[in-house]
Design a protein around this ligand. Structure first.
Ligand SMILES: [Zn+2]
Ligand SMILES: [Zn+2]
Length: 341
């Protein structure tokens, strides 16, 4: 492939036997419609990289996309889900019902697809953890409401097969390596086609918005997933890829991923500096810090902003710039006086 000339994205994806079908999602934070990548399989049939969302609008958009291609959902042979968020797996079960295709996803996100992560017991674990982060009643209620809303946008997948890091997936016109890039979720995986230098980045890399590093308990009382610490490590890995095109999980494909990642790293460094500054007035819980960092956040965004703040605090903690103490069942963070790294 000619390194000097970047073919228009649609042309390049067409060469690879890939059609992007955007489906609408009802969350403004997502960064636009979610992309379903429909891929020609070797020997006929189709694969999906992400399956869209199970709302009537999502379903209509996917069916319209298939109709425009003159194809049918029954031709799907394999369904790959990049990560366990509703806008990426929500329609997987319906696509499976239409085709009998197996569903693959990294094991650390399986519980999201099967809804083992959607039980009352798991919800309770989240609420208890949020209280330790200083959450009040309003925040807990918004998490509960979100939990109830999401179950209307998908059906659980009964059996999910593992999508292994380093595995090579062969399609009709290209093959891609599975890259496990934890951060946005613990199991998030991207597809990397080295020959065409295309990265299917799902929500790891988006042009319009920074991907939310969300609190994720994975069924534990205390999370082992430090979302932002891992996200930034993954971003540095992706920065090193010689990609000419990023085919993201939301929005149109784009180039210049190195520039985008550098902007993102700068953005997080500034946010951490702001948090350290805010802690200058004394120790605070993450939940008390969140509205100071995001004074214009809406009620529906309370979980997002708390996730963002605890993510940055974990990073600052790793750098030795803040320290935590637990007082009366709540974490409070304070400055250590260590210089920025
Ligand atoms: Zn996501
Ligand atoms: Zn998404």
């Amino acid at each position: 492939m000619d390194r000097e000339r970047t073919p228009p994205p649609v042309e390049l994806l067409a060469t690879m036997g890939v059609v992007r079908v955007p489906v609408p999602v009802p969350f403004i934070e997502a960064g636009g419609p979610a992309n379903v990548y429909v891929i020609d399989e070797e020997g006929g049939g189709l694969a999906l990289f992400d399956a869209g969302i199970g709302t009537p609008e999502g379903r209509a958009a996917l069916e319209a996309g298939f109709a425009a291609m003159g194809r049918s959902l029954s031709e799907i042979r394999r369904i790959f889900v990049s990560h366990g968020h509703i806008d990426h797996y929500g329609y997987a079960r319906a696509a499976q019902d239409a085709s009998g295709a197996p569903v693959f996803c990294h094991v650390r996100d399986h519980d999201k697809l099967t809804w083992r992560d959607r039980t009352d017991e798991r919800l309770q674990q989240y609420l208890e953890w949020l209280v330790r982060l200083g959450a009040d009643q309003a925040l807990c209620e918004s998490v509960r409401a979100h939990h109830d809303l999401l179950v209307t946008m998908a059906r659980p997948v009964e059996q999910v097969l593992p999508l292994a890091p380093g595995e090579r997936l062969r399609f009709a016109n290209f093959s891609a390596e599975v890259l496990h890039l934890p951060g946005h979720t613990p199991g998030l995986s991207c597809l990397w086609d080295e020959e065409h230098r295309v990265l299917f980045s799902d929500d790891h890399l988006l042009e319009a918005v920074s991907p939310n590093p969300l609190i994720d308990l994975e069924g534990e009382k205390v999370p082992r997933h430090r979302a932002l610490v891992e996200y930034l490590r993954s971003a540095v890995r992706v920065r090193a890829l010689p990609a000419q095109l990023i085919a993201p999980g939301h929005g149109a494909p784009f180039a210049n991923h190195v520039q985008l990642i550098d902007q993102l790293l700068g953005f997080y460094a500034r946010r951490q500096a702001r948090i350290v500054e805010l802690l200058g007035d004394g120790p605070l819980t993450p939940a008390a810090l969140a509205p100071l960092v995001f004074p214009r956040a809406k009620r529906s965004q309370l979980f997002l902003i708390l996730s963002e703040v605890i993510g940055n605090l974990e990073l600052l903690e790793e750098q030795g710039r803040v320290a935590r103490r637990e007082v009366a069942g709540q974490f409070i963070f304070e400055r250590t006086g260590a210089p920025p790294v």
